[in-house]
Design a binder for this molecule. Sequence first.
Ligand SMILES: [Zn+2]
Length: 95
Amino acid sequence: MGLLVVALVGCEVKKEGDSGSSGTGGAVRKAVAISGAVIIEQDGVKVTYRRKCEWCGHVDGSTHTMDIPRTGTRSTMSFTCRKCKKKSKRIMEGM
Ligand SMILES: [Zn+2]
């Protein structure tokens, strides 16, 4: 009987440790394209996207990768559309 109790307690301690470690992984962020971008994929740290023209809607063929901005902050970058040659702004916000 005594051994059984010890084993059960051991299991409970292990479970608590597992949930605690996964809970502290708060570094996972989410990127949201405010304008000028189409998100292809993101893994909580980096985001891959294509530039999208705000004027003609042209989506650039090449992909770009960047760090996801901190929660509540925006990353802005200007680019020139290859199709209509107008300038657009790529705005990405971290959540
Ligand atoms: Zn364009």
